[in-house]
Design a protein around this ligand. Structure first.
Ligand SMILES: N[C@@H](CCC(=O)N[C@@H](CS)C(=O)NCC(=O)O)C(=O)O
Length: 218
């Protein structure tokens, strides 16, 4: 019996889950689903993820998809005592602040980051030209969001309070891609944001993943 992560190791959404599995110290098997080969649209994969997007997790027969939902499931089921990545049941205020932080990532960080990466990197894979005006607009939107992050991180160590949670870690895959795509200066403008992100990138769990070929993205 094993945990199987179905996905493309070069995809940020796969990496989000692989990162958390490593944080939790959980061994898992990667079942590669190549996006380049369109394997995410195969009938077999659609049985696991009907929208045809990676990743999907199979935990001893229990299947769940959507990278953030998978991470929350794992962090609750396999919580490391003393180092929980989500607040405990019953900690209503902690849970509210955690969900607030997780929603911030999904609402204000992921959309401009993924749009920027799409224009600067992914389009090239499909032989398309970068739309520089669209990329600049995405960067401006991201910049405005990071200005707010800078203010929040002046008040607390992490987005949901003084403990690291999934809501922080969720930023790493796209943060790394966006910086590599040419947006390092946006992070340099906000020293607290830069330090916060670099601290997470320095974690052994992420460094091991980087060593496993995540430098290419899809
Ligand atoms: N909200 C989904 C997004 C999944 C997603 O968009 N995955 C991308 C890779 S990061 C994908 O499968 N792209 C291939 C395609 O759209 O055909 C999640 O977090 O799991």
């Amino acid at each position: 019996m094993a945990i199987k992560l179905h996905g493309d190791p070069r995809a940020t959404c796969y990496q989000r889950v692989a990162f958390i599995l490593a944080e939790l110290g959980l061994p898992f098997e990667t079942v590669t689903v190549s996006i380049a080969k369109n394997e995410n649209k195969s009938p077999e994969f659609l049985q696991l993820q009907p929208f045809g997007k990676v990743p999907a997790l199979d935990d001893n027969g229990f299947v769940v998809f959507e990278s953030r939902a998978i991470c929350k499931y794992l962090a609750n089921k396999y919580a490391v005592p003393g180092a929980r990545l989500v607040p405990e049941d019953g900690d209503f205020e902690g849970l509210a602040l955690f969900e607030q932080a997780a929603s911030i990532e999904q609402s204000y960080f992921d959309p401009p980051s993924s749009a920027y990466a799409h224009d600067k990197i992914y389009k090239k894979f499909h032989g398309e030209e970068t739309d520089e005006a669209a990329a600049a607009a995405s960067l401006a939107t991201l910049d405005a969001a990071l200005a707010v992050y800078e203010g929040m991180l002046a008040q607390r160590q992490y987005l949901a309070g003084d403990r690291l949670t999934l809501a922080d870690l969720f930023h790493v895959p796209y943060g790394v891609v966006v910086k590599a795509a040419g947006a390092q200066e946006v992070f340099d403008r906000y020293p607290r944001v830069r330090k916060w992100l670099e601290g997470m990138e320095a974690r052994e769990s992420w460094r091991n993943l980087v060593g496993n070929g995540r430098e290419e993205v899809v």
